[in-house]
Design a protein around this ligand. Structure first.
Ligand SMILES: NC(=O)c1ccc[n+]([C@@H]2O[C@H](COP(=O)([O-])OP(=O)(O)OC[C@H]3O[C@@H](n4cnc5c(N)ncnc54)[C@H](OP(=O)(O)O)[C@@H]3O)[C@@H](O)[C@H]2O)c1
Length: 327
């Protein structure tokens, strides 16, 4: 199963500018890979089958990290269901088809833990896939990701195509999306607490009851696992990727408040959805392959906050928080 990948191999990272894609590029370069192939969304729209096939025919990459996707939080998913289903299905089909057709040696598809049933037994094992109803607020995206897994399995079954599928838990880190309308919970909380501290606000309002439990993995850990598994995993079964521990949203909010140095009150808005009560992945199969997470949540949040305060998000920050509060 262990196949050393030549450091000069041509490796296409689809979605290289996003949270995950940029971390995988950093990890590959740190590991000495010199021949990374990347295209921005504007240069190559992965929803365009013809353009994708021409690209693969011309560039002939040997390995592919398929991490490009239309990604977003609860609000974006429930507002734009057709876009989330159509675009993610198109990206997966176009890239997997052209990768196989043009002789790619191995492709890694990045799924997400939202593929599992809403009320799955915890921690969630890979075998629980398609064993119950999905979380309604992001089912469109989840169905597209499940279709991606089935595509990879079908191409492996029919053509012996070496495609593997990773199911990461909630990710966070540098280059994340801190737009309060579209972001996930962790970057949203970092921004809210930072702006509340800057503006001297007496309280921060957080969505939900604070009781749901969530697992978070730093994206550099995910990238390390992704590169490790490209070498050490070659099976049709999707593989969970996580740290194996979770925290309540209330605990997360308190940790971020402390990291930012915010001393005001946290107020819970119970009118907003909590989503799934708990989502913790079983990572025993991953650990049995010799990989475990290395970045602890407290340390990861501290370095992400440091990245955030030096990022482009801060300048814009002050004004949008003001508008956010008044809305
Ligand atoms: N973030 C998480 O917590 C999380 C958790 C589990 C799994 N994942 C998985 O990880 C993968 C990457 O997520 P992410 O958080 O890194 O998302 P992200 O930051 O939004 O990055 C996605 C990248 O894909 C590109 N892209 C989207 N549609 C495209 C298209 N039609 N053609 C070309 N490029 C396109 C985007 O470019 P533009 O921005 O220019 O459109 C962006 O650079 C996804 O498959 C997601 O399911 C993420």
């Amino acid at each position: 199963m262990d196949k050393a990948i030549d450091k000069t191999s041509c490796i296409f990272v689809a979605g290289h500018r996003g949270l995950v894609g940029s971390a995988i590029c950093r990890r590959l370069m740190a590991a000495g890979f010199t021949n990374l192939l990347v295209r921005t969304h504007a240069e190559l729209d992965l929803c365009d089958a013809r353009a994708v096939d021409l690209f693969f025919g011309k560039q002939r990459p040997e390995y592919v990290f398929l991490v490009a996707a239309k990604v977003g939080g609860i609000l974006a998913n429930s507002t734009y269901p057709a876009d989330f289903l159509r675009e993610n299905l198109a990206i997966e089909l176009n890239v997997i088809e052209s990768a196989w057709r043009h002789g790619v040696k191995k492709l890694q598809f990045m799924g997400s833990s939202c593929i599992y049933p809403k009320m799955a037994e915890q921690p969630i094992r890979e075998e629980y896939l398609l064993s119950g109803p999905l979380e309604p607020t992001n089912e469109w995206y989840a169905i597209a990701k499940i279709a991606g897994i089935k595509l990879a399995q079908a191409y492996r079954h029919q053509y012996g195509f070496s495609a593997i599928c990773l199911m990461p838990t909630n990710l966070y880190g540098p280059y994340d999306n801190f737009d309060l309308q579209r972001s996930h919970v962790l970057p949203a909380l970092i921004r809210k607490f930072h702006e509340a501290k800057k503006l001297g606000m007496p309280e921060v309002v957080v969505w939900g009851s604070g009781t749901p439990r969530r697992e978070f993995l730093h994206v550099d850990d995910l990238a390390d696992a992704a590169v490790y598994l490209m070498h050490h995993y070659d099976d049709g079964m999707p593989l969970n990727v996580g740290g194996g521990t979770d925290i309540t949203i209330a605990g997360l909010a308190a940790l971020i408040g402390k990291t930012v140095g915010y001393e005001g009150k946290i107020v819970w808005d119970g009118t907003k959805p909590d989503g799934t009560p708990r989502k913790l992945l079983d990572v025993s199969r991953l650990n049995a392959l010799g990989w475990t997470a290395g970045i602890h949540l407290e340390q990861g949040i501290a370095s992400t906050y440091e990245w955030f305060v030096n990022s482009r998000w801060v300048e814009k920050g002050a004004s949008s928080m003001a508008t956010h509060q008044s809305a």
